[in-house]
Design a binder for this molecule. Structure first.
Ligand code: PMP
Length: 413
């Protein structure tokens, strides 16, 4: 790969995001470092959604008229774009959902109906987002299955050696986050999948924080399921994707019942539609799916390795500058991490840091980031988290750090 392909013009990219010009808190320049919560949308995505409602809006798969045919084609083309983005084998493996949370609930609920029984075991990790813990707890309660946990070390990396001990003949599924939203750790999911497959165990990967930062190829990973949200990759909210291998989706019963997911309904017996429609009950988020496809096409124009490199530089730079300030502890120092810097500061509560930075125009997130077991591991209640995206710059990191110094000085004096 030539070096030309590895560089992109951040200033040009920024111009595509109208919201980045917003002035906040009394005409201050907005520094948006809350990208792990949600990214901003480029103009192309905003325009695509608007155009859909202005010109093409209609329901899908009910093709009695011109507009409906068109909307259906756009919706199914969006599925094709997602298929290509993930390098899935077929569109039958791509199910549109509301987001990662709904995606994991779909898999957990459907998998539990028929494929889980009392005494079975599901393995997750200590660094999961609550949306990859609670759905499994719910199905465990209903089926009598048990949840087991791969621990993390103090750098915020998985202690992978423990996985071999955790796997038994009762293990039915492993669900693991690709990139941690509170630590930034990139997990060795390929290795986990290889290990799991040796024992015939399927693996779910929560890709919410991965797709916008590192290359994802579901065939290369050989994962059984991959889930992500549109809004974390420059697309709309309310749309997300479950990728599932056909061999599993075929075996799994529907998640929800309703329109579109059936072939034939009588009071005696209902037969289900083919994949992926079996899992898409009711009117889907049509504009969301089309907006997501536009976001993926937009994002694909950049070399993902260049994006990753750019964001890594921001992580390194921010980490270095933060460490120069006294009394700061970085939470999550994995060798392999991306896009996230979580930290705590002696004597100042993360919420005060968040509020103080906000007064300076810097948007970060504070709290447990829906990963309370991670907070518990580090013996803390919360962190302050700066999370980066393609449009962030080193200059913004400097603004953030000097604002932070001001805030710390205020609270520490
Ligand atoms: N998993 C991870 C790792 C996340 O970061 C998030 C969002 N913070 C989710 C799952 C849930 O995603 P959503 O809220 O879009 O359903």
């Amino acid at each position: 790969m030539g070096i030309e392909q590895l560089v992109f013009d951040v200033e040009k990219v920024r111009q595509e995001f109208p919201i980045l010009n917003t002035k906040v808190r009394g005409n201050k320049r907005l520094v948006y470092f809350d990208n792990a919560a949600t990214t901003q949308r480029p103009r192309r995505v905003i325009e695509t959604v608007k155009e859909f409602y202005e010109r093409y809006n209609s329901n899908v798969h009910r093709g009695a008229h011109w507009l409906s045919d068109l909307a259906t084609k756009m919706y199914e083309d969006a599925r094709k774009t997602v298929k290509e983005f993930l390098n899935a084998r077929s569109e039958r493996e791509i199910v549109f959902v509301r987001g990662t949370t709904e995606g994991i609930n779909l898999i957990a609920t459907s998998f539990s109906r028929g494929l889980l029984k009392e005494g079975d075991e599901i393995i997750v990790t200590e660094m999961e987002h609550h949306s990859n813990i609670v759905p499994w707890q719910l199905v465990a309660q209903q089926t009598g299955a048990k949840l087991k946990v791969i621990p993390i070390n103090d750098r915020g990396e998985l202690v992978l050696e423990k996985l071999k001990d955790l796997i038994t003949e009762r293990t039915k599924l492993i669900s693991v986050v690709h990139v941690s939203n509170s630590l930034g750790t990139i997990n060795p999911v390929k290795e986990i999948i290889e290990l799991a497959h040796q024992a015939g165990i399927p693996v779910v990967v929560d890709g919410a924080q991965a797709v916008a930062h590192i290359p994802v190829d579901v065939q290369a990973l050989d994962c059984d399921f991959y889930v992500f949200s549109g809004h974390k990759i420059y697309g709309p909210t309310g749309i997300g994707v479950v990728y599932g291998k056909e061999k599993w989706l075929d075996k799994m019963p529907p998640y929800q019942g309703g329109g579109d997911m059936i072939k034939e309904v009588t009071f005696e017996k209902t037969t289900y539609n083919e994949l992926p429609y079996k899992f898409e009950a009711g009117t889907p988020n049509i504009a969301g799916a089309i907006g997501l496809a536009e976001a993926l096409k937009w994002f694909k124009q950049f070399d993902i390795n260049a994006v990753h490199e750019h964001e890594n530089e921001l992580v390194k730079y921010a980490t270095e500058l933060l460490k120069q300030i006294g009394g700061i502890r970085i939470i999550g120092e994995a060798n392999n991490k991306t896009a996230v810097v979580s930290f705590i500061a002696d004597g100042v509560h993360p919420h005060d840091i968040g509020t103080g930075l906000d007064m300076e125009g810097v948007a970060i997130r504070t709290g447990h980031h829906c990963t309370q077991p991670v907070m518990c591991h580090f013996g803390i209640m919360a962190t302050a988290r700066a999370s980066f995206a393609i449009y962030n710059t080193k200059e913004e990191v400097e603004i953030f750090v000097s604002a932070l110094k001001k805030v710390l000085k205020f609270f520490r004096q």
